[in-house]
Design a protein around this ligand. Structure first.
Ligand code: 5AD
Ligand code: SF4
Length: 442
């Protein structure tokens, strides 16, 4: 029997959905009277909100757990949360004696009672994926920053052969319309001017509106656009197969929907796409993007890529470089394939040698960097609006996001949450420099 923790720290790893879950866990612990530990202060409870998407995820999580032991030999209460918790389940307790409780991504609304159980010496594990969502059991949103996440959809039914998400996050579930609209209002009341709708497969979201009419993500976006004080809407991550005509049209019609689309392609080779079970070809992906560009010509396209999938030949890889050139990505994430236990690709033959993967990743990243730089250069001289979201390193310097999700550095005495009109003066591969557009100084 130990005392109930009074302070907590949530450490997030991985994707934006984990960031969102981490925020909601913090709010839940706060609502139960616990306090976030200050920087440098030992927390009584540490929640490790883990990610399982790439290599050695579990090993990394266990070594992070090990590092929580304090210099005097004592330890905080340790909660293993997130996708590694989901994948490891009760096994986690035998792999590390440090772990006091194991909670999966669909069960964290039960954290307070699990903490009480852990304090009484039991080591509870909850990796259930109940049909009733956790969201109803969480406290309402309160104070947030200018740019907030809102999870609208969880899980994935696509079963790409390399991916653990359908196993760790479960089947696709859409949150109900009314819950999302209510949460969006409280985020805006709490200070958000931008909301990013999140889901592993966000554009597969579908639900009924308050009048019982079926609708996809585009109808939700149109509804949220009516909220006064909400200036910007974004969504991520999308699957090419769920890019409906309605959603594409919304990009041309809804002013608050930002001109940015994260649409992973993974590979430019149809042979590899088929082996990945991606359900689109290179050509159908490009046709979808053509339609998007007709609706919104200035849209910034971003993507995800995997190099070294089993069986990937030089020709397959060249097809990936070709699709990168054909799309002209504004930004992208690229990864070396990593076999995830339990996924179909882990059993496939034709493993690509590590040095070949390294070489391909370098080549791909160099090509992607050229495209980001030319996308950024094309914005030099352009007048645009930025939403200030953090301080820069230099005194008087602030950083804000452009509509195309570029970070823009600017000298200003404005504060976080302000929206400023700037002219872009400088472009780097990952950021822009800008100056204030000021009527008086013109
Ligand atoms: N190996 C490498 N990259 C992966 N991703 C998902 N699973 C794997 C894997 N097993 C990448 C995909 C996905 C992104 C979130 O992570 O590109 O879009
Ligand atoms: Fe994973 Fe594919 Fe689902 Fe994305 S669409 S979460 S890559 S299975």
């Amino acid at each position: 029997m130990t005392e109930l923790p009074k302070t907590y720290r949530v450490k997030n790893f991985g994707c934006q959905m984990n960031v969102y879950d981490g925020e909601r866990m913090s709010e839940l612990l706060g609502a139960k009277g616990m306090r976030a530990a200050a920087d440098g202060e030992d927390a009584d409870l540490v929640v490790l909100n883990t990610c399982h998407i790439r290599e050695k995820a579990a090993e990394k999580a266990y070594s992070d757990v090990g590092r929580l032991r304090r210099e005097d030999g004592s330890k905080p209460m340790v909660a293993l949360a997130g996708c590694v918790a989901q994948a490891e389940g009760a096994e986690a307790k035998s792999r590390s004696k440090m772990i006091d409780l194991v909670v999966g991504p669909q069960a964290y609304h039960r954290l307070p009672e699990m903490i009480a159980e852990a304090a009484s010496g039991r080591r509870p594990v909850d990796t259930d994926m109940p049909a009733i969502s956790k969201f109803g059991a969480l406290p309402a949103r309160r104070k947030v920053g200018p740019s907030a996440f809102l999870t609208v959809q969880e899980g994935c039914d696509k079963f790409c052969t390399y991916c653990v998400v359908p196993y760790t996050r479960g089947a696709e579930i859409s949150r109900p319309w009314a819950d999302i609209v209510t949460e969006a209002h409280s985020l805006v009341d709490g200070g958000a001017r931008e909301i990013t709708l999140l889901g592993q497969n966000v554009n597969a979201w579908d639900s009924q509106d308050e009048k019982g009419r079926a609708g996809g993500l585009d109808s939700l976006i149109r509804e949220l656009a009516k909220i006064d004080g909400l200036e910007r809407i974004r969504y991520t991550t999308s699957h090419p197969a769920d890019m409906t005509d309605g959603l594409i049209a919304a990009h041309g019609e809804v002013e608050k929907l930002m001109p940015y689309l994260h649409l992973p392609v993974q590979s430019g080779s149809d042979t590899i796409l088929k082996a990945m079970n991606r359900s689109h070809s290179a050509d159908s992906y490009l046709r979808t993007l053509e339609k998007v560009r007709v609706a919104r010509p200035d849209i910034a396209i971003s993507g995800d890529f995997i190099v070294g999938f089993p069986g990937e030949t030089d020709e397959d890889f060249t097809a990936t470089l070709n699709i990168v050139d054909a799309v002209g990505y504004a930004s992208a994430y690229s990864f070396k394939y990593s076999a995830r236990p339990g996924t179909p690709a882990a059993l496939m033959e034709g493993a690509v040698a590590p040095e070949v993967m390294d070489e391909r990743l370098q080549q791909l990243q160099a090509r992607l960097a050229e495209h980001s730089l030319s996308f950024n250069r094309a914005t030099i001289g352009r007048d645009t609006r930025i939403l200030i979201d953090r301080k820069g390193r230099q005194p008087g310097q602030m950083i804000g996001k452009s509509p195309w999700l570029q970070s823009v550095f600017v000298e200003t005495d404005a504060t976080i949450g302000d929206m400023l009109d700037v002219t872009v003066t400088q472009a780097l591969p990952n950021s822009l420099g800008g100056v204030l557009r000021c009527a008086d100084s013109a």
